[in-house]
Design a protein around this ligand. Structure first.
Ligand code: COI
Length: 355
């Protein structure tokens, strides 16, 4: 897409004229940018989620003994809004995020907004920040819903009050490599999840738990860390920020969801896209040996989208895959998924929600 002059683009959408925010839309990375509004809905003690409202984006006040600060009672979600060529905005499967938050809240002993409340709140937040949705081809608006125990506790117990909050930030590529292949290292000693634990829900602690391995890996020049199951130290689980797929002889395989792996919405969508494109897709145990002998490896996630893996390092041995770009299978799936998300092809799956 042609370069976009900061703040100067006018869109004729919703029968009105929108002036884009005055930022440099070229080469957006994955960083936080203050936007105009955030959405807040409270669950008071003995009450229920109701009366959410938009507020100017800014800091929030929390008790020092809030459940989320002391005992990690928190969940987050991630989804994206894309601007179409006609200026309108598309959300991708927001009800899936709502449902995943609801399931996570159950595991974390928290009340959650209904699917309808969640989706309506996402829509309201995106519309209130529509000047921050990047122009077509420049990125997307990343939407970050949070659910937290905001009430005060001292003894270990579920918090008495909860806060649901949504903020947004315009983003581009997640990895600094852009769409170039990433280099992963397999972690053998540190684990992100255990059977019976919370690896399968999007709780904030899962992400704090991987920071150590991630920073060691980054210091050695790797893009991110791939985790193995903690029992056999043999089967693939996921990367810190995304799910993993391998391709061998045109068959696509990915670790099955069994409580220790985040049930990614992009993962699930890629499986459906791949099947509809005629590929055989297997959800099962995938061993390190299979990974090292794969024809192609790629990651999926909301932030990551589809990211080709250029190399995997295991026990100091590096295995490389293909050339300098996407493998053929990942390329095909990436194209179909992103064209669907951006409204460039017909949405036969009924996955997008137009605002
Ligand atoms: C996402 O892909 O939306 C996530 O929540 C992963 C996060 C580490 C950026």
């Amino acid at each position: 897409a042609a370069p976009v002059r900061p703040g100067a683009i006018l869109y004729d959408a919703y029968s009105e004229t929108i002036e884009l925010a005055d930022i440099n839309w070229e080469n957006l990375g994955f960083g936080i940018q203050s936007t105009d509004y955030m959405y807040i809905m409270k669950y008071p003690q003995g009450g229920s989620f109701s009366k959410g409202e938009l507020q100017r984006f800014g800091n929030i006040e929390l008790s020092p003994s809030a459940g989320v600060l002391n005992y990690g009672q928190g969940l987050f979600e991630g989804l994206k809004a894309y601007r179409k060529q006609d200026g309108n905005i598309l959300l991708f499967r927001p009800e899936e995020n709502a449902e995943r938050m609801r399931m996570g809240a159950e595991r974390m002993c928290m009340p959650s907004p209904t699917v309808e409340q969640f989706v309506e709140a996402v829509k309201a937040t995106v519309l209130a920040n529509k000047r921050w949705v990047p122009p077509p081809g420049k990125g997307s608006l990343y939407i970050r819903p949070l659910l937290m125990g905001s009430g005060a506790v001292l003894g270990l117990a579920p918090a008495p009050e909860y806060t649901f909050l949504i903020y947004v930030s315009p983003v581009g590529n997640y990895f600094k490599e852009g769409v170039a292949p990433i280099n992963l290292v397999i972690e053998r000693d540190l684990h992100r999840a255990t059977p019976g634990g919370t690896g399968g829900v999007k709780t904030i602690g899962n992400y704090a738990a991987v920071l150590k391995a991630q920073s060691v890996a980054k210091a050695k020049g790797f893009s991110d860390v791939l985790y193995l199951d903690c029992v056999h130290k043999k089967y693939l689980e996921e990367v810190s920020s995304c799910n993993i797929f391998i391709v061998k002889d045109n068959v696509i395989s990915t670790p099955a969801i069994k409580g220790t792996i985040l049930p990614g919405i992009t993962r699930k969508s890629i499986i459906d896209v791949a099947r509809s494109e005629g590929f055989q897709v297997e959800e099962r145990l995938v061993s390190v040996d299979e990974l090292l002998n794969a024809d192609e490896v790629f990651c999926t996630g909301t932030a990551v989208v589809v990211s080709p893996v250029g190399s995997v390092t295991y026990l100091d041995k590096r295995v490389s895959y293909g050339g300098s770009g996407f493998g053929a299978v990942a390329q095909q799936l990436y194209e179909v998924l992103t064209r669907l998300q951006m409204g460039l092809i017909e949405d036969k799956m009924n996955w997008t929600v137009e605002l």
